[in-house]
Ligand binder design. Structure first.
Ligand SMILES: [Zn+2]
Length: 564
């Protein structure tokens, strides 16, 4: 019954798109992956863009692509064979870059006026060499398992103007192995994105090649795809993820299970890292590891699809995703209370031992990439803020209400097209807690310590303390920013100095520092270049021992009381 209804609705939607498209300019993207050159980790994809209704004077910006986005280099400076033409013939293109900063773009313009249909094509190179810039989200083009994957924001030039386009995606798989297929965040093969901003392509995941799938045939909103051979069978973990997605659909009161795709790929730098994108998430695995290890990321990224709301800072989206990443799977019966506790204590340990955990919120964005201890604050402090808030709401309402009610209300506001600003959030806090709500919020933004009550995570858990050696690189963290990383301000008594690192050493590394910061046993492995020689230095990036808050199982409380 339900299925039939949605099928009919989908057909109607297709018809109305088709009639609207007649009045719409089109933006068509054709992707033609080159033969996958797996052993060398290199390859390419030919991209052809067709825009209708162009009317641009000479020198007007036509197309753009970030050069660097989220510390990730794109193909803006490495693409080749760039050609453009309109009805009058070849269009010579020139480009200009924004000033170099954390996020900056290249802008292409034509040397003469352009009218009507514009066709632009180029070859985007693929190179699996770990990026020099260090850790970033897994956006870049990669080749593996005789196919490729990428996020649009690293390789698809987009129109400079913000006008709506009827966006079409086409694939040419003729250079790939027989049996190859293509998919994206918008579905399998050639698809229409409908009318809207062309910028949607920037948040789209693309994958093509001999793909593996779970389930073999999709029966709900959930599906998963991957290339190559991960070091574990993804199917059982994807079955777990599918169950969780169904459960969360109910929790967030979605009227129907929304389409949701998991794209799995190899990550040489930050195995387990992921990125939430349109209707999908991209998650990654390393040379070793298990599906179990992915579950935290899978839950975290899935939560983003409901609770990443416009108009709110990172403290909101990342904070609630960390707060709920163990809690919702435990409530769904998909994680044990002890597994939930371990995840909670990882967050608590990293937050309470963080030497910079009093950094005000307004300093986080400008300093986001310069120091991992700042980068993790929206996650860790945000999660503890939501935990404190949850405890206060439960207490104030005599157990009748919780953070869930506010979170679901915000999600429903977005569903109805209402604003989801910080002011809207504060209004909910005032309703629940009076002035104590905004006061807590302001304290969080100022950088004050967020400390849940002993029973802040329910009757099953009680607050305690533990000891941990504080994360400390042993040198100025900004040494690790940018393409060339030169060690400076080395502390003479640090583990780094003891391991032989020196000021002036040029280093590279292939690890995610937030992961190293979160794991007290994790060593930092640097490739050091000094006086023309390159050699490894490995050390435990830890300093003084500090006391941190932790939670433990309360004696005599059964598992059944933990999920509330
Ligand atoms: Zn996140």
């Amino acid at each position: 019954m339900r299925k039939g209804f949605f099928l009919a609705a989908a057909l109607l939607a297709t018809v109305s798109h088709a009639s609207m498209a007649m009045a719409q300019e089109r933006f068509e993207v054709l992707l033609k992956p080159g033969a996958a050159d797996q052993p060398d980790g290199v390859g390419h994809v030919y991209v052809t863009l067709r825009m209708t209704g162009v009317d641009a004077p000479a020198g007007a910006p036509l197309l753009t692509l970030p050069v660097v986005i989220a510390n990730t280099a794109t193909v803006a400076t490495t693409l080749t064979e760039l050609k453009a033409s309109d009805a009058a013939g070849d269009v010579p293109l020139t480009y200009k870059d924004d000033p170099v900063s954390l996020v900056y773009a290249r802008h292409w313009s034509a040397a003469r006026p352009v009218r009507g249909d514009l066709t632009v094509s180029y070859r985007a190179p693929i190179d699996n060499t770990p990026p020099k810039r260090g850790s970033g989200p897994p956006y870049q083009l990669r080749t593996e398992g005789r196919g490729l994957s990428a996020v649009g924001n690293t390789f698809i030039l987009l129109p400079e103007n913000a006008q709506p386009y009827d966006v079409q995606l086409r694939w040419d798989l003729s250079s790939l192995d027989a049996g190859s297929a293509a998919t994206s965040s918008y579905g399998d093969g050639d698809v229409s994105l409908g009318v809207g901003p062309a910028g949607r392509l920037a948040r789209t995941v693309f994958m093509a090649g001999p793909m593996h799938r779970y389930p073999q045939t999709a029966h709900g909103g959930f599906s998963a795809v991957w290339l190559g051979t991960p070091p574990f069978d993804p199917a059982p973990t994807m079955a777990w993820t599918e169950k969780l997605h169904g459960w969360m659909t109910g929790f967030f009161r979605d009227p129907a299970e929304p389409p949701y795709r998991v794209f799995l790929r190899y990550n040489p730098i930050n195995a387990g890292g992921g990125a939430a994108l349109t209707n999908s998430f991209l998650t990654t695995y390393g040379k070793t590891g298990s599906g179990e290890a992915l579950k935290g990321t899978l839950a975290h990224e899935m939560i983003h699809t409901w609770t990443s709301l416009d108009g709110l800072g990172q403290w909101f989206g990342e904070g609630n995703a960390v707060f709920y990443q163990g809690l919702l799977p435990m409530r769904a019966g998909l994680l044990s209370p002890d597994e939930y506790l371990a995840d909670l204590n990882d967050t608590a340990r990293r937050y309470y031992s963080n030497a910079l955990n009093d950094t005000p919120d307004d300093q986080i964005a400008p300093r986001f990439w310069e120091d991992t201890r700042i980068r993790v604050l929206p996650y860790d402090r945000g999660a503890m803020y939501f935990a404190v808030l949850d405890g206060k709401i439960r207490k104030a309402s005599g157990g009748e209400r919780s953070l869930d009610d506010l979170m679901i209300e915000m999600v429903e506001r977005e569903r109805k097209g209402l604003s989801t600003s910080e002011a809207d959030w504060l209004a909910l806090l005032i309703r629940e807690l009076g002035q104590a709500g905004p006061d807590l919020h302001a304290a969080m933004l100022r950088g004050e310590l967020m400390l849940p009550e002993s029973d802040g995570f329910g009757p099953c858990f009680t607050r305690t303390t533990g000891k941990v050696r504080r994360f400390d690189l042993g040198f100025e963290p900004k040494s690790l920013v940018g393409d060339v990383k030169t060690i400076r301000d080395l502390k003479p008594d640090s583990e780094a100095a003891k391991a032989g690192l020196r000021n002036g050493d040029v280093v590279t590394y292939a690890q995610a520092l937030d992961g190293v910061q979160g794991n007290p046993q994790a060593k930092l492995n640097l490739q050091v270049t000094r006086e023309g020689k390159t050699f490894p230095i490995s050390y435990l990036p830890r300093g003084e021992e500090v006391e941190v808050y932790q939670w433990a199982r309360a004696a005599g409380v059964p598992d059944s009381a933990c999920a509330r």
